[in-house]
Ligand binder design. Sequence first.
Ligand code: UDP
Length: 412
Amino acid sequence: MNNEIKKYESLMGKGEINEIISLAKELGPVKIQNINSTKQGGGVAELLISTIPLFQNLGFDVSWDVISGNHSFFEITKKFHNILHGIHIPINPQIRKKYEKNVKANYEIISDDADFIIIHDPQPLPLIMKRKDNGTKWIWRCHIDVTEGDKRLIGYLRQFIDRYDCSVYHLPNYTFSSFHDEYIIQPAIDAFTDKNRDLSDKEINKELDRYEIDPEIPIVLQVSRFDKLKNPLGVIKAFQKVRDVGVSAQLILAGGEADDDPEGDKVLERVEKKAQKNPDIHILKSPPDIAVNALQRSASVIVQRSIREGFGLVVTEAMFKGKAVVGSNVGGIRKQIIHGESGFLVETDEGTAYRIQQLLTNPELNEKLGEEARKTVIKNFLMPNLVKNWILLFLSLKHDGRKGAVRLGMSE
Ligand code: UDP
């Protein structure tokens, strides 16, 4: 019993893990249903894949369901996603109707007897309209940075959000200012999956061979879905500047697609076109987790040049592997990297190129920042932290009026 969480004792200490186990006992055998819009691709799926076994191992009955939708539904929700990230796109009442109608067609997936239903992100948000008076607590879990989002769309979504018992965000400034309680729970990574576990040199070399990557040439890496907001073209620009000053390196852009993102193909096409002219750039499509792990461990510099970023689990993964990340000064990236101490935060292509070059040519600095990066993740962003915060939230909802007694989230 509790074997999964106990694996973390070696990284986080026995005391911390025992505390989580006793909080789980206090909560008792609750039933939890998660609902989102994709089983694979992106950070939400990644979080659920890792969280669910841990919760189950702590004795909870946890399920994960996915809403279905046609291409036009996911085009609409991708539009919402872009608008919430500050991109201007008009939305008319028909679009809203289509969105609500599609979600309505998914009502049958709602569990009748869950203690807690967690709805992830805006795609399945209107499911709350089917809420029954059966004691289930409904939680909306928002994974995105809406600080630049269009107020009209935010206002429209609030009519659904306000019906939930509470909502949960990555960072304090991401909240929707709803009428109910809003909590902060920062994401986390699983240290023991193929994506993050220690790899032997043999395993790493096997993955590099598979993609015909020459390990003798320093690797600059970005792992991300092919999405405009992940800015792969900006990475290419910065990399070219590094090569222009004669620093030896190869760029790897590794990326998969998410089922709920209809724009991926177009972005990938553009990236491939740009990369065609440059033999130092490799595009790897949908590498398996062990390959992502091997690439992150072999990279000399890891870049995350996002225009917007909810949290950026991929940055956490890289930092956990002792890598100094050059990340855009946005969203969750700026919460993870302390500039000059555990990586670099950048604003421009020139700045990105400068920091990549600095890390490629100064291995001591690179190693020092990487060590700090790993410590930051072990302290703040491993799965038991997240599990603990969720259990505290469930406890506070279970005991309703005593919410104030429970402190949630990591200190700023
Ligand atoms: N990822 C992956 N393969 C890819 C691209 C991304 O496994 O080709 C994973 C990545 O390792 C991370 C997640 O997808 O775990 C992306 O999460 P993040 O929060 O960085 O971004 P999101 O895609 O949710 O915006």
